[in-house]
Write a protein that binds this ligand. Structure first.
Ligand SMILES: *Cc1c(COP(=O)(O)O)cnc(C)c1O
Length: 380
């Protein structure tokens, strides 16, 4: 970097520091660093409380949580699962893991969340469930989705990978549907580098997922403390989807920060709104009035007359990181999907993610807005 070039404004950045380091030191001293230990159990209890669920199961990542959820709900070959199209394609992958077929449903242009009417239209006699995604950190339309699921006898999964800390009608993200799945990947609002959790009120799903996430046997902790030499039996084939207790310790510290991290991101969104709402060539993201947004990403929709490639090049050249929004799953070659999702395809082409994280300062926010304004005006 030359002396003249200003430091790069990161698109996303974790907020990790002394509390997480202290938590890691403590788990080192405890001697239990593998998964399913005492720290993991503490995190599970705390996380279940925060997301208002009877059970939470820490797992290695959100894709694993989605796989466990869809499998525990009984999906398999011949079944169709309706999946919100505009998402990181891991949502669809989890369905394919079980042998079931994802059927993508289009999204709303304003929130990028799955359109309940599109879900309704996608139901066939083979449909067994729905996976809604809290797109970019904002909860989907759960009142409408829940009534479709109930009327049609379908299960509902909430992909809450991006929405920890968000709310919908006063209830926390992750409290909707039969199961909710979270990600603690480095690009999400709370993180242990990699990680995830499954949350549910259903005892049957919790028990099945707990077993399948650890090879198909009961956890070592349930045997610890007994003087008998208990030999666990493998009654089914499971996976190794455990979260290490090192990661769980980090997550306990992150969970304490969650309200502050959300408040910081909300302040960034408010500032962007004040600085850019007069710009006709882009549409700023909206938070629906009955929900609070976790702002995992801040994504603007560029006017069709604006070249996204040119804007991105200009921003990056000036040290402001940016990216596309997320994926239109149905356009990914692996899915060979024939279902059109025109709104999702349009957002995939026109969305531009700009820096959003809890560590952004006022000067950086202003620099992003000024640089974006100039780039958009110059790009036509
Ligand atoms: C990040 C993400 C995932 C995958 O999460 P991992 O923890 O990386 O497996 C799944 N769904 C959505 C919507 C995501 O944003």
């Amino acid at each position: 970097m030359t002396a003249q070039s200003p430091p790069v404004v990161a698109l996303g950045e974790p907020t990790l520091g002394e509390p997480e380091l202290r938590a890691v030191a403590e788990v080192f001293r405890s001697g239990w660093v593998a998964g399913n230990g005492p720290t993991g159990m503490r995190f599970a209890t705390e996380f279940a409380r925060v997301v208002s669920r009877a059970h939470a199961l820490p797992v290695s990542n959100c894709t694993a949580a989605l796989h466990l959820a869809v499998a525990a709900l009984g999906a398999g070959p011949g079944d169709e699962v309706i999946v919100a199209d505009y998402t990181f394609p891991a949502t669809g992958h989890a369905v394919v893991f079980t042998g079931a077929t994802p059927v993508f449903a289009d999204v709303r242009a304003d929130t990028a969340n799955v359109d309940p009417a599109a879900v309704e239209a996608a139901v066939t006699e083979r449909t067994v469930g729905i996976i809604a995604v809290d797109a970019l950190g904002q909860c989907a339309d759960y009142a409408e989705l829940q009534s479709i699921a109930e009327a049609r006898g379908l299960w509902l999964v909430e992909d809450a990978a991006c929405s920890a800390g968000a709310t919908y009608r006063g209830r926390p993200a992750g409290s909707f549907g039969d199961v909710a799945c979270f990600s603690f990947h480095g690009r999400k609002g709370i993180t242990a580098g990699e990680g995830g959790a499954l949350a549910t009120d259903r005892d049957d799903i919790a028990a099945q997922a707990r077993k399948t996430h650890a090879f198909g046997i009961e956890s070592a902790l349930t045997r610890a403390g007994s003087v008998d030499l208990q030999i666990p039996e493998f009654t089914e084939i499971g996976y190794n989807y455990k979260l290490s207790d090192v990661a769980a310790a980090i997550m306990l510290a992150q969970l304490e920060r969650l309200p502050d991290l959300i408040a910081s991101r909300q302040a960034v969104a408010v500032a962007y709104g004040e600085l850019m709402s007069d710009l006709d060539l882009l549409t700023l993201p909206v938070a629906a009035p009955d929900r609070t947004h976790a702002w995992q990403s801040y994504v603007v929709t560029l006017d069709p007359s604006v070249s996204r490639g040119a804007v991105a090049q200009e921003l990056r050249g000036r040290g402001v990181q940016c990216n596309f929004g997320t994926y239109a799953s149905h356009l990914q070659p692996v899915y060979r999907s024939t279902t059109p999702c025109p709104v999702s395809a349009d957002l995939f082409r026109r969305h531009l993610a700009i820096p959003m994280h809890a560590n952004l300062g006022e000067a950086e926010i202003e620099r992003v807005a000024t640089t974006l304004r100039a780039a958009v005006l110059a790009s036509r």
